[in-house]
Design a protein. Structure first.
Length: 863
């Protein structure tokens, strides 16, 4: 195969082969822009090199000769040397890889040739010392600080502009000594050897430890390899009529059109970003060199028109002549992504489909969180994991009850816990944010907070929480209950005191209070178009009328999951206790009779809030013992003789119901089959609430089914109750046990809909517990690249996804109109939404705050 491409032979679509830099240099060359000539050694050559150490020397030689012919100079020629840069450039730019070596071809003889040709001794020696410095650091692996120290000593307070030809010449001597001392060999003077070593160093840097780590984290395949670009040098360090700069075609922070960039006179390469001298705003180039400035503006407009997007560029001016050295579609903030996409539509450069493709659900999610004002100046107290974004300020509280109490008085609170449990739910709802000292991104606190759209920093390990004493400490700083703290869920930072917060205008917009600002208009335009395109419905997971109402405002077309267990907490706990303690059928019925009207009122509230949209209600799922008091508290009470008779019976019940593996135990449909009357009570409450609410569309969902027989027996009873009350409701099941997915054809005979419960399906498919594995080994798994993202955050397509596909195909075969949805955490994850679209689900269901994200991603998936 062809392993080396001249810039005239490539184009921007060959990134796989030529890397991003090479492909875009070729594109610019073919657009007729002033790019110094050069060639690209392909990533395929890199792969061959990694296999067997081979370098396509002959092809490189041929291309070098062509380059020499074009330039009318020979590489490193003593009289009139051609110099080149050797630049890495993979498909994805990657920190940790070798970057660039400039001025290759200089040595003790050719530097004299360069002096004569340029008529500038200082320039030639400056270029030579730069070569040794960059080559020494990146190719020979010498500590770069040694060179930096040497030049600092020489400068002795002067700036680089004050250094003379003699200074640079002596620096070359010093640098060569450093090389000799550190490596036991001389700096290679042979230009071809310099070039070859630099090329190999770029190839080798593909497997530098930092590059490997980065690829694992970003899920970049490890076998792509990198391309290498060899480019004829142009010189920005040839005096004050030369210089180097970087620019954006628009503001990457806002998307506004204008002139954005920095320029540095008499400088080379990375000097602009390295901060060796103060750069000037690009605007000033208009004065410095009006001709080059005008040409640059023209080129930037041309690039924008061509790439139809914001581009960033690197350029150099050599004695008044402009050269383009790099371009790419530029990175931008989330807000700018929306603004730029709609601006480009208005400018006629792209259509709305393309605008929707150019923004992501993750960007939208970022825009929905409040954030701290820029440059607030507060110092960081400690850091944890950025578990759920946003900015929260409030008084530290250490229990759920206290959080609820203070919040009821109108105070903002931050709930601080070692870790949270389902008991903390009320406190989490009441708090502005949650801070824990233990647990990672899939800990209870993190998952629940993300679901609620609540700011959360977790696993801030320096924090010692003393909940009993009502304080936490970080080193010798003590924070008492009531002290104000601020937490940043985007960065994981924790601050003492109040940091000013800015609300999200995008949330205000979804709430129905649009401000007129540009970002909100852009979001509106894009959301409307995405909604018009998407095939997936988006529903919400909501258990309360408030959540349901918000979900509707955010664009949900139904409730995909109402968890009824939340309706058994708080005051109602006693009623559940009575149910569990019931010894006779009468006692049991009495307990159920007490619960039924409460449940009915719960459902009535939801039906009212959803006003004719479908509401999927899942019958009680978790193991009963979760509703009983804590065993330790009870034991202590009973053992110290303080317990009542009920406490003693409760303790017995807790012991009786204790399970080694509750998540694999008596829960879901199993509970419904074992505790007579429990499901029946819920179904009756649903039916009666539905009957009373005009147009209600209940869907009754049975959790944890693994066999059609389980479903059949529950369904029989439910149908009878529905018939008695005289309402219609769909009856369906969760698919969350692998066996259910594998026998979906049978289960579909008895189910009118499936909803994939991918949280349980993931933990049962992998065989690890969501609540425990995070701290135990996920960190190691992520580091080792076993997965790039937790399968609880983003659907594991190959494993869990395969089970889903089987269930979709076999379910629909058995029952053609079968309705299919997903209600796990994944329903709001962008990549997972796309997958759900691909396998043909009818809807995704996610927390109310994720509804807009899912709408957008569903629209993008449909394009
Ligand atoms: P990075 O990937 O870090 O941006 P580059 O390969 O773009 O590295 O090189 C960094 C800088 O070196 C460029 O922005 C440019 O200023 C300078 N440079 C690279 N090649 C040349 C060249 N042939 N002539 C002049 N300057 C160059
Ligand atoms: Mg660059
Ligand atoms: Mg489940």
């Amino acid at each position: 195969p062809k392993l080396v491409y001249d810039f005239t032979e490539g184009n921007k679509d060959l990134k796989d082969l030529l890397g991003g830099k090479g492909a875009n240099l070729a594109e610019m060359t073919n657009l007729g822009l002033p790019v110094p000539p050069g060639f690209t050694i392909t990533s395929e050559a890199c792969r061959a090199y990694m296999d067997d150490g081979s370098v396509p020397a002959e092809e490189i030689g041929t291309h070098l000769e062509k380059l020499e012919a074009a330039m009318g100079k020979k590489l490193g020629d003593p009289d009139d040397p051609l110099l080149v840069s050797v630049r890495s450039g993979a498909k994805f730019s990657m920190p940790g890889m070798m970057e660039t070596v400039l001025n290759i071809g200089l040595n003790d003889r050719s530097v004299q040739g360069l002096v004569r040709q340029a008529g500038d001794e200082r320039f030639a020696w400056d270029s030579y010392r730069r070569l040794i410095q960059m080559f020494g650091k990146t190719v020979m692996d010498i500590d770069g600080d040694l060179f930096e120290q040497a030049i600092d000593e020489l400068k002795d307070g002067r700036t680089d502009l004050d250094l003379t030809a003699a200074d640079f010449r002596s620096l070359v001597g010093t640098y060569k000594e450093i090389v000799r001392r550190e490596k036991g060999r001389d700096f290679p003077e042979d230009p071809k050897e310099q070039m070859e070593l630099a090329i190999k160093a770029v190839f080798d840097s593909w497997n530098a430890p930092r590059a490997i780590l980065y690829r694992r984290q970003e899920r970049i395949p490890s076998d792509l390899g990198t391309a290498v670009n060899v480019v004829a040098m142009v010189f920005g360090n040839l005096g004050m009529d030369s210089g180097t700069g970087v620019a954006f075609t628009r503001d990457p922070a806002t998307g506004h059109q204008g002139v954005y960039g920095d320029y540095l006179q008499n400088a080379q390469g990375e000097d602009v970003v390295a901060g060796i001298r103060n750069t000037v705003p690009l605007q000033d180039l208009q004065e410095i060199d009006p001709h080059s400035y005008a040409e640059l503006m023209e080129i930037m407009a041309k690039l924008e028109g061509h790439y139809r997007d914001l581009c960033d560029i690197e350029f150099t001016i050599e004695r008044g002549k402009l050269w383009m050295l790099q371009t790419r579609v530029g990175k931008r903030t989330a807000g700018a992504a929306f603004c730029i996409a709609t601006q480009l539509v208005e400018e006629g450069l792209i259509d709305l489909d393309e605008a929707v493709r150019r923004v992501t659900g993750d960007q939208l999610a970022q825009l929905m969180f409040p954030r701290f004002a820029d440059d607030h100046g507060n110092t960081v107290l400690t850091r944890g994991m950025n578990a759920s974004p946003g900015a929260a300020v409030g008084r530290a509280v250490f229990s759920s009850a206290r959080a609820a109490e203070l919040a009821a008085q109108g105070q903002d609170v931050i709930l601080v816990r070692r870790e949270t449990t389902p008991d903390d739910l009320a406190g989490m709802i009441a708090a502005r944010g949650v801070l824990t000292s233990r647990g990672g991104k899939t800990s209870h606190a993190a998952v629940v907070a993300r679901g609620m759209g609540k700011t959360c920093v977790c696993g801030a390990e320096e924090i010692e929480v003393d909940a009993k004493a009502g304080r936490f400490t970080v080193g010798d700083v003590v924070v008492e209950e009531g002290d104000v703290i601020s937490i940043d869920g985007g960065t994981g930072c924790v601050y003492l005191g109040e940091v000013p917060v800015v609300a999200s205008p995008v949330v205000e917009y979804f709430e129905g209070n649009p401000s007129g600002d540009e970002l909100v208009r852009a979001v509106d335009t894009i959301m409307r178009h995405a909604d018009g395109r998407r095939r997936l419905d988006v529903r919400a997971n909501a258990d309360t009328p408030d959540d349901a109402a918000r979900a509707r405002r955010f664009g949900a077309s139904g409730i995909g999951l109402c968890r009824t267990e939340h309706m058994f907490l708080g005051d109602r706990r006693v009623l559940i206790e009575d149910l569990i303690l019931a010894e006779t059928a009468e006692e049991r019925q009495a307990a159920l009779d007490a619960l039924e009207p409460l449940q009915k009122a719960d459902f009535a509230g939801l039906f009212a809030a959803m006003n004719g949209l479908p509401v999927t209600i899942r019958l009680i799922d978790p193991p009963l013992h979760e509703f009983l008091p804590d065993i330790i508290d009870l034991s202590v009470k009973v053992a110290t003789g303080k317990g009542t008779k009920k406490d003693r019976r409760l303790l017995e019940a807790v012991q009786r119901l204790h399970e080694q593996n509750p998540m694999l135990g008596l829960r879901g449909v199993r509970l419904g089959l074992v505790v007579p009357g429990l499901f029946a009570m819920q179904v009756r409450a649903i039916a009666e609430a539905a009957k009373a609410a005009e147009g209600a569309r209940p869907e009754i969902m049975i959790p944890l089914v693994g066999a059609v027989q389980e479903l059949e027996s529950v369904r029989e009873e439910a149908r009878q109750i529905l018939a008695e009350v005289g309402v219609e409701a769909l009856i369906g099941t969760m698919i969350e046990v692998p066996r259910a997915a594998l026998t979906a054809g049978q289960i579909a005979e008895a189910a009118e809909f499936f909803s994939f419960g991918t949280n349980d399906l993931t933990q049962m498919t992998w065989g690890f517990s969501r609540d425990d594995v995070e701290s135990a080994f996920f960190g190691t798994y992520l580091d080792k690249g076993i997965f790039g993202v937790s399968p609880f955050e983003s659907l594991d397509r190959d494993g869990v996804g395969r089970l889903m596909k089987v269930a979709v195909v076999e379910g629909r075969k058995a029952r053609p109109g079968l309705k299919l949805g997903i209600c796990g955490e994944h329903g709001g994850d962008p990549a997972s939404v796309r997958f759900c679209h691909e396998i043909g689900l009818d809807y995704v269901s996610c927390s109310p705050f994720r509804v807009p994200v899912a709408r957008l991603e569903a629209g993008r998936a449909a394009l």
